[in-house]
Design a binder for this molecule. Structure first.
Ligand code: NDP
Length: 272
């Protein structure tokens, strides 16, 4: 029996066990995949217990992704650039290799949705850990320009400087967003709950496609506010969740699962 898990804090809400069980069933793989709650101060020992019990692969989510990167013996290029790991692969000797499949997951979901990045103008709102994870994959899809705007402008500037070697990326102040972008990616943890702050209106036009990395209730306020500005095409990040899981599954099992039916079933399960 292959033993995998997702670690986070909190983690009870996670859909990863359902997604991985679904992939494994489709491919006839016997897999136990659990959700394990680990506060940051207990993560190292909880992961050790998991490995001693035969655990050979794990996903890692908030707030443990940076911690996970720090305890890996090896990092993929994506994980090293992000400074964050969402996929752990056991190596001999109780060591771990860390990877980050968030960027692949986002780009695969945009492709699935028919949203073109190549030659388009893209704005990312936010400059946190997830943006670090998605920037290399987005830049390799060759947008005409990629702008980062964030509440704390200095963080956007730092990211733009760090990733400038990979493509056309620049930081822009929120109050300087006067022209509509082809694609706006929302990657902040604001807009949770019922009191969304002001949207940078100038960045949105009727043709703008809006993608929120969050999903479910966490995405509803931002996407609703974008729709109120006249935006017609809005997407939440549930598809990215499935696609980043598929990329992690492929690393562990050597086979990339089919995802089309999984997207539809998961959305039905969530009642959205
Ligand atoms: P971080 O905590 O690293 O970054 C948070 C970001 O949100 C920062 O840019 C921060 O700005 C900004 N922010 C927080 N509060 C506010 C506010 N009130 N007003 C304006 N900006 C604010 O989070 P992550 O980057 O890791 O995650 C961002 C979102 O993406 C989360 O909701 C997460 O769930 C989602 N996500 C979804 C994935 C999927 O598979 N679908 C994968 C990964 C992430 P500042 O720098 O000024 O503090």
């Amino acid at each position: 029996m292959i033993r995998h898990a997702v670690f986070g804090h909190p983690i009870a809400h996670s859909r990863s066990p359902w997604i991985h069980a679904r992939f494994a069933r489709e491919l006839g793989i016997e897999l136990e995949y659990r959700a394990i709650d680990a506060a940051p101060e207990y993560f190292v020992e909880t992961l050790l217990d998991f490995a001693e019990a035969g655990g050979s692969g794990a996903n890692v989510t908030l707030p443990l992704k940076e911690l996970a990167a720090g305890l890996c013996a090896e990092l993929s290029e994506a994980a090293a650039r992000a400074g964050a790991v969402n996929t752990l692969i056991a190596l001999p000797g109780g060591r771990w290799r860390g990877d980050n499949t968030d960027g692949l997951g986002l780009v695969a979901d945009l492709e699935r949705l028919g949203v073109n990045v190549s030659g388009r103008s893209v704005l990312i709102l936010g400059a946190g850990g997830s943006v670090r994870g998605i920037l290399p994959a987005l830049l390799s899809a060759r947008p005409s320009r990629l702008a980062i705007a964030n509440r704390t402008h200095a963080r956007a500037q730092q990211l733009a400087a760090e990733f400038a070697g990979l493509g056309a990326v620049a930081a822009i102040r929120l109050d300087a967003l006067n022209d509509p972008f082809d694609l706006v990616i929302h990657a902040t943890s604001a807009y949770r709950g019922d009191a969304p702050g002001a949207l940078p209106r100038g960045a949105f036009g009727v043709q703008t496609v809006v993608y929120d990395l969050s999903y479910g209730d966490a995405a509803a306020a931002f996407l609703g506010a974008a729709q109120a500005l006249g935006v017609r095409a809005v997407h939440d990040g549930l598809g990215m969740l499935v696609e980043q899981a598929a990329a992690a599954f492929a690393r562990w099992h050597g086979v990339h699962p089919q995802t089309a039916a999984v997207h539809a079933e998961l959305r039905a399960l969530m009642g959205r």
